[in-house]
Ligand binder design. Structure first.
Ligand code: PPE
Length: 306
């Protein structure tokens, strides 16, 4: 789907026109993939657009940067404000938001330390990442023959630009094989996560999700799911999951900012079936929270026009 343009993009402290938000071909990150990014969403609420879990996303951007020795020349507060401003000036009632810190033009070669660090924040309207039908009825997944990174090859806790080559290999394999999405296993053979989502299995009335030691990103939506589950009295644990656990799950679903909360219909052609009651309860809780309809979670909504 081609990108739907917005009016302005925040670049290094200035709001520039969408078409002017360009970089030089010798931009360091374009060659070596060393940059960090976030994916955030703003949702329509009764009080206008509200950004969901804004600060945790910006905090994770700084953690990713710290892991990769990228020195972001802004503070967390400044980028929180800049994100609010970017959504505000574009006038969206809901949108996807993409902050990016990248190594700029002026240096080449593998030592990233002398590079300038540029920061941009773009936003655009983005529908359901795994499709409207997927959100409602679930998606078909396959286990990829591509493994999730070994933590000593690429640190999965950093949301690094180049890390996503791994996700893209798995995604293409799944799409070409006729599936909606791929599940990656860790080098040790445990279920890790999907190409851009955390994964959850429901068995015996409880939710289990893989730990970061299986190569999963510590998802902000995953933490949101945890809180909603615990408040609903649904047992929630982190633990290693085998591929066969997926095949015999009572329910399974994924979570991510772009994807939101999406049921899994089948894994490697083993049917899990229609979305089950726990998946539906988490989905309902999630969509109410992002739309600012849950007073107990109001601290998760940052109103753009507050
Ligand atoms: N794992 C991976 C590998 C991942 O990329 C994401 C987010 C998650 C888990 C879930 O994290 P969180 O959004 O904090 O709940 N992926 C972002 C980028 C997706 C994309 O394809 O681009 C996102 O969802 O915005």
């Amino acid at each position: 789907m081609p990108l739907e343009k917005a009016d302005k993009i925040w670049m290094n402290g200035e709001l520039v026109n969408w078409d002017d938000a360009t970089v030089h071909v010798l931009t360091h990150t374009l060659h070596y993939g060393n940059g960090v990014f976030e994916g955030i969403r703003a949702y329509e609420t009764d009080k206008g657009a509200a950004i969901f879990q804004l600060r945790p996303h910006i905090e994770r951007l700084f953690q990713s940067a710290k892991i990769l020795f990228i020195d972001i020349p802004w503070t967390i507060d400044q980028l929180v404000d800049a994100t609010l401003e970017t959504v505000r000036v574009n006038g969206f009632s809901s949108c996807y938001i993409r902050p990016l810190a990248y190594l700029g033009y002026g240096e080449m070669g593998l030592n990233p330390l002398p590079c300038t660090v540029d920061v941009s924040i773009a936003c655009w309207p983005w529908g359901s990442y795994l499709g409207d039908d997927g959100v409602k009825n679930g998606v078909r997944m396959m286990i990829s023959s591509w493994q999730r990174h070994d933590p000593n090859a690429m640190p999965p806790a950093a949301k690094g630009c180049g890390h996503y080559i791994n996700s893209q290999m798995a995604k293409v394999q799944a799409i070409k094989a006729g599936y909606d999405e791929a599940i990656l296993l860790s080098p040790q053979g445990y279920v890790s996560e999907c190409t851009g989502e955390n994964l959850f299995v429901v068995r015996d009335g409880g939710i289990v999700t893989p730990p970061t030691s299986a190569g999963a990103l510590e998802g902000i939506t995953q933490k949101t799911v945890r809180r909603i589950a615990e408040d609903l009295g649904i047992p929630y644990t982190q633990g290693n999951i085998l591929r066969s656990d997926l095949y015999i799950a009572d329910e399974a679903f994924v979570s991510g900012t772009a994807a939101e909360v999406v049921p899994i219909r089948s894994v490697d052609d083993r049917e899990i079936g229609d979305p089950g009651p726990i998946t539906q309860a988490i989905q309902e809780g999630y969509f109410a929270a992002v739309r600012g309809q849950s007073p107990q979670y109001s601290s998760w909504n940052d109103y753009v026009n507050a």
